[in-house]
Design a protein around this ligand. Sequence first.
Ligand code: SF4
Length: 218
Amino acid sequence: MKLAEKRARIRETLDRLIPDVPIPLEHADPFTLLVAVVLSAQTTDKKVNQVTPALFARANTPEALARLSVREVHGLIRTVGLAPAKSKALVGLARLLLEQHAGRVPRTREELMELPGVGRKTANVVLSQAFGFAAFPVDTHIHRLAARWGLSSGKSVEQTERDLVRHFPPASWGRLHLQFIYFGRRFCPARGHDPAACPICSFAARRGRADRRVKASR
Ligand code: SF4
């Protein structure tokens, strides 16, 4: 199958199977989204959504969060993974927003990535979901799917992002990123799966390496 045909078929399949793409992390504005995305590293969105109501009841602005101690934040988020590091990052992030950005979430990737706890994926999520800018956040699940579907080499997450933004038009990135995530959650079991029966791998999977990797993971 030609690459252009494969890309179109992947998008058609995702639009058919995943028509709705709500933002999975509960938030009210760019700041609360930023906090939720920082909390989501190596943690499920469900778990983050369980702790953010109490956290945001205490601190839903940089001013309020900067007034809390790391210990107080830890007490509010302790059930999420990496809570000690995330508590420290969130208090530092709130203080930096006040010191350098007048309490506003910055709108460039470079400025976002200077904040504690914010890497490229987090910055891209905020740019896309808070501000509507064209960005394609790539996490490990999207990275794996892109390699299986022959859209990237699987060499690195950075390379996958470069490949995905080359394959698809900017206006589709925000939606596609969420469709990849929801597809993986709904269709990719942890083990014991037949690529021939997969709605996308059945026509898109790279022969050989990707198949072997799927089989090896069973
Ligand atoms: S074959 Fe299964 S595990 Fe692989 S991408 Fe398709 S749904 Fe996911």
